[in-house]
Structure formats: structure tokens, C-alpha cells
Design a protein around this ligand. Structure first.
Ligand code: NAP
Length: 292
């Protein structure tokens, strides 16, 4: 395993297991298998509805809690100080743990600076070991880093061979924020698992296109959290530490970048933003705590 030392000194595994779109009833089984195979970073979120399955698998695994790194994320409907605080307590309850290793703001929407204050408070109280953001574009990241008392340790953004996020990566490096890739396989788009360039690079090492993708991201100092419901693929995705891509291989993978690749969640599209904000608006209509 490779580890990333975050800007507060916390060590984070650089390859983990994501559970987005893993049905709640299948999550305990999937995470149990992932832990058995050696994964020690699990990425969940309030919005995935499967924090309880993650917590149950970790608790039953027999692996000491401090050897598993758990990430969760505050959803848009909780994006203000008071709601974020309450939602973090609910996350801890669902996970059955008294701390989360990394808590992220899932989307930079609503009163995310208020929610950030809640994460800072939780960090100081020892409820979270590190705090960070997701889907945070360079200009907002700079803004948050300037405002924050505790700077974000991680930024989790869509990153894969078709959208490698090179400029955003440089900003993150400059700000001391670790880059974490979501959808490292672009969720399987464009036949990535049969891609001829990736296959040719992998053939030299007896590795699959999926393994070449993960290895290339790790060599760019990007943390990866591939998802698979299948044990053989989970195993394959973890088996990337016994080979190294050359500069030439890395250039081949870099050549797959395509600015026309559609964003999986387009945060620059008004309809998508409205849709993501739907939960927050709904909470407002219910007359809950003020959101600003
Ligand atoms: N912060 C955010 O906004 C955000 C957004 C999306 C995702 N995420 C996080 O990032 C994680 C990963 O992203 P993702 O789940 O969207 O997509 P992904 O990891 O890019 O792709 C998952 C897909 O690839 C397939 N797959 C996995 N390994 C494979 C292999 N070795 N060979 C062939 N197929 C393989 C899986 O199928 P099977 O399951 O059938 O094997 C699944 O359909 C998520 O689980 C979540 O934790 C975060």
C-alpha cells in the first residue's frame, strides 16, 4: 500500500474502496470482502444511504478501528453550520464509530462556509481526524483555503484518463491539498476496460487496463477509490503495487485526455445544480433551521 501524508500529518491509504451506488442491502457484504482482500480505506457518504453497512462491516471485520480509514461526506441538504453538525453526529451513529477519519463537504453549494465551520469544530473536538472537500474547483478551493482556520486536507474530484484534471491538480499541490480521484474508471464510459492504449501498456506488465489506470493515477500522486461489487475485480484493482509505469507509458495514458468528455456530474450546468440543490430547497420548504 502507498500512503499520502495529509497537510495535518494524518496518513491516508492512497488506494481505497468506494461504495457509491452500492445498494444499502449489499454494502456490508461488499465492504466485508474489500476488507478481507486488504482494502483499508472505505469511501462512503451521507447521500449514498449505506453508512450503516460500512460501519457493520468494519465492526465485524475484527480489524482494529485505527487500521481502517473511513471517509464520509456531508450532503447538500445539511449544508449550513447547524445542520452539518447534527448530520455529522448522525454519520457517527450510522457508522457506529466515535470518529471519522476524513469528512468532506460533498458539494460546494448552499452555506458551505458555515458547514466548513462545523467541520472545523468537529475536527477540534476529535470527531474527525481530517476534513476536506469534494467537487471543489480551483477558484473556490483558493477561496476556502484563505477563509479556513483549518485548511482542507483533501479535494475529491472526478479524475480519470479522459479528464486528468492536470491544472486543478497543480492548484491543489500549490495549496497543500491532496488530490483524490472519484470515478477513476470514468464509471466504465467509452469502453475504458477494453481501451487499446491502456491494454497495450498493461500487456508489458501482465496488467489489465483497469490496473494501468489506477497505477497511472497513483504515480501522479492522486488517491484512488475504485468501486466494484465483484470480488475478482476488487482483488484486481488492489493488485497495482508490483509494477511501475515508465515516463513513456505515462505519456501514452496522458494522450487519452479529451476535453470533450462529458462531465459525469456537470457542476457548470444550471439544471444539474438545481437538481443537486433540490434537497436543500426541500429542507427550506419544510421550515427547518435557517440555511444562511
Ligand atoms: N464525491 C463525489 O461526488 C463522488 C461521485 C462519484 C463517485 N464518488 C466516489 O468514487 C468511487 C468510485 O467512483 P464510481 O463508483 O462512480 O466509478 P468507478 O470506480 O470509476 O467505476 C465503477 C464501475 O467500474 C466497474 N469496474 C470496477 N473495477 C473493474 C474492473 N477491474 N474491470 C471491469 N470493470 C470494473 C464497476 O462494475 P462492478 O461494480 O459491476 O464490478 C462499476 O460499474 C465511488 O464509489 C464513490 O465512493 C464520489
Amino acid at each position: 500500500m502507498m500512503y499520502k501524508t495529509l497537510n495535518n500529518g494524518v496518513e491516508m491509504p492512497m488506494l481505497g474502496y468506494g461504495v457509491y451506488q452500492t445498494p444499502p442491502e449489499d454494502t456490508e457484504r461488499c465492504v466485508t470482502e474489500a476488507l478481507q482482500l486488504g482494502y483499508r480505506l472505505i469511501d462512503t457518504a451521507q447521500a449514498y444511504g449505506n453508512e450503516e453497512g460500512v460501519g457493520a462491516a468494519v465492526a465485524k471485520s475484527g480489524i482494529p478501528r485505527d487500521e481502517v480509514f473511513i471517509t464520509s461526506k456531508v450532503w447538500v441538504s445539511n449544508m449550513c453550520c447547524e445542520r452539518a453538525k447534527a448530520s455529522l453526529d448522525e454519520t457517527l451513529r450510522a457508522l457506529g464509530t466515535d470518529y471519522v477519519d476524513l469528512m468532506l463537504l460533498h458539494q460546494m453549494m448552499g452555506d458551505y462556509t458555515g458547514a466548513w465551520r462545523a467541520l472545523e469544530e468537529a475536527y477540534r473536538a476529535g470527531k474527525v481526524r481530517a476534513i476536506g472537500v469534494s467537487n471543489c474547483y480551483p477558484e473556490r478551493l483558493v477561496d476556502l483555503c484563505c477563509l479556513a482556520e483549518v485548511p482542507p486536507a483533501v479535494n475529491q474530484v472526478e479524475t480519470h484518463p479522459f479528464r486528468p484534471q492536470r491544472k486543478a491538480h497543480d492548484v491543489m499541490v500549490d495549496l497543500g491539498v491532496a488530490h483524490e480521484a472519484w470515478a477513476p474508471f470514468a464509471e466504465g464510459a467509452r469502453g475504458i476496460f477494453q481501451n487499446s492504449v491502456l491494454a497495450a501498456v498493461g500487456e508489458k506488465y501482465g496488467k489489465t487496463p483497469a490496473q494501468v489506470v489506477l497505477r497511472s493515477l497513483l504515480q501522479r500522486d492522486v488517491i484512488v477509490i475504485p468501486k466494484s461489487a465483484h470480488r475478482d475485480r476488487m482483488e484486481q484493482n488492489l493488485d497495482v503495487f508490483d509494477f511501475e509505469l515508465t515516463d513513456e507509458d505515462m505519456a501514452q495514458v496522458a494522450g487519452l485526455e479529451d476535453p470533450s468528455f462529458p462531465r459525469i456530474f456537470d457542476h457548470f450546468d444550471v439544471a444539474t445544480v438545481k437538481w443537486l440543490l433540490g434537497d436543500l430547497v426541500h429542507q427550506q420548504q419544510l421550515g427547518g433551521a435557517p440555511l444562511y
